[in-house]
Design a protein around this ligand. Structure first.
Ligand code: NZQ
Ligand code: ZN
Length: 397
């Protein structure tokens, strides 16, 4: 085994009716003045927001609720919510929704704890975040894994071209995550599919790491991939199948809780490759595409570009995840890539930029994407294979 340090402090409250525990949990973590953050309309229409408000009221907790968080959540709304939270003097932040809502809640919690700092300075890497106000989430979509991750991702919509940036650290850890799979029954099919894709990717990004040799970690990752492929397909076709939706939900949390990335880069703090996420984030920044769909659109292209770095790793995916008995690593690698693309297609996700965009992107667009992804040619991405601006361009192309 390689060296690693693992910390995952979030309390998970999983199962039917678990949202009824929300008030009790906030109280347990010392919350007395609560800021609830939610999205567009799903939590209002399902009655979930009202039920949560009733639960917290019953515990004697004062609260305000702020909605209007959009998918690929934006800085401008984050600032407005921080302002309201400061005026209300809140001491606990609760996200009720998906990754976009939870990430906004995390950014808001950071902003509330550090009101003297411009919140974007953290995302731009100008300042290093250390501490946030306590925060937690009630999740309504299985996808981003924000409930167990140490990340938050926000798009700066104040300067063009927009840029989508993430920040990581223990300050981003939810105190608790309430997870009732039944809350996902109302999801549109496309969102379930995009979520399943994202769950696959959070495992894949860590599986294709620079340093290998943690077999227990591999076993967990391969089991997770087999599970999300099996139940992802079932859930997309049957959104009210409790077994499938609960398997997808827990897979989503486990795929981003860090356990499949332990020691994957030895002493380094990073735990995977993450190139596909960076390539996908530029697509969301410029075109506002759904996160999971950006990842499946470029994964095959990325895989074919980098696979020669370690054909055996892709062959292992073929053998241990797809059950392929093929002695040649080269052939097994191509099968693994094809099988993954078949899976993405089977859940209705795009497997090329042309499919994602509904047209073939122009050369200017590919250049703009590569500029955006490379921060103006100032950074490389990836660990399985380190990618320069030119590599990013080739993968988009
Ligand atoms: O706004 P509402 O009306 O709630 O609708 C949302 C939204 O349109 C809808 N939805 C959510 N739950 C629903 C529902 N509709 C009906 N019934 C329900 N139960 O679904 C749409 C998508 O929601 P969103 O929160 O955007 O989805 P997701 O959880 O996929 O989050 C995506 C965001 O998370 C970031 C992505 O980049 C993206 O911005 N990520 C966050 C990560 C993290 N914090 O660790 C890691 C990921 O890699 C990812 O980057
Ligand atoms: Zn993701």
């Amino acid at each position: 085994m390689k060296k690693f340090e693992y910390y995952t402090p979030t309390r998970i409250v999983f199962g039917k009716d678990s949202e009824k525990e929300t008030g009790r949990l906030i109280k347990m973590y010392g919350g007395t003045r609560l800021l609830i953050v939610y999205g567009g309309k799903s939590a209002v229409e399902s009655g979930l927001l009202k039920r949560i408000e009733d639960e917290v009221k019953a515990e004697g907790i004062e609260y305000i609720s702020m909605g209007g968080v959009v998918p690929n959540p934006v800085l401008s709304r984050t600032r407005q919510i921080i302002k309201e939270g400061l005026e209300f003097k809140c001491d606990f932040v609760l996200g009720v929704g998906g990754g976009s809502v939870l990430d906004t809640a995390k950014a808001v919690a950071l902003g509330l704890y550090n009101p003297e700092t411009d919140i974007w300075d953290y995302f731009a890497g100008i300042k290093k975040p250390v501490k946030s106000l306590p925060h937690a989430g009630v999740i309504t979509i299985s996808a981003a894994g924000s409930e167990t991750s140490d990340s938050a991702v926000i798009t700066n919509d104040e300067t063009k071209p927009y840029s989508k940036r993430g920040i990581n650290g223990d300050f981003n850890r939810c105190r608790f995550a309430v997870m009732n799979p039944e809350l996902t029954y109302t999801l549109p099919k496309y969102q379930i599919s995009a979520g399943v894709a994202d769950i696959f990717m959070h495992t894949s990004e860590r599986y294709f790491a620079a340093i290998l040799g943690n077999h227990m970690t591999d076993e967990i990752a391969e089991g997770l991939l087999r599970n999300i492929i099996k139940y992802g397909r079932i859930g997309v076709d049957n959104p009210s199948d409790y077994e499938a939706m609960s398997e997808i939900m827990w897979s989503g949390s486990l795929s981003h809780i860090g356990i499949t990335g332990l020691g994957s880069r030895g002493d380094l703090p990073k735990d995977g490759d993450w190139a596909c996420h960076q390539i996908g984030m530029a697509l969301s920044a410029i075109y506002d595409y759904t996160h999971g769909a950006t990842l499946t659109a470029i994964w095959g292209s990325w895989a074919r570009y980098v696979c020669k770095k370690n054909l055996g790793r892709f062959a292992q995916l073929a053998r241990n995840v797809y059950g392929i008995e093929e002695a040649s690593d080269e052939k097994a690698c191509e099968i693994a890539i094809k099988k993954s693309e078949e899976f993405f297609k089977s859940i209705g996700m795009p497997i090329s930029l042309t499919e994602l965009m509904g047209r073939t992107p122009s050369d200017e667009e590919l250049t703009a994407l590569s500029e955006n992804c490379s921060f103006g040619k100032k950074r490389t991405i990836g660990a399985f294979m380190v990618l320069s601006y030119d590599d990013m361009y080739n993968i988009y192309k």
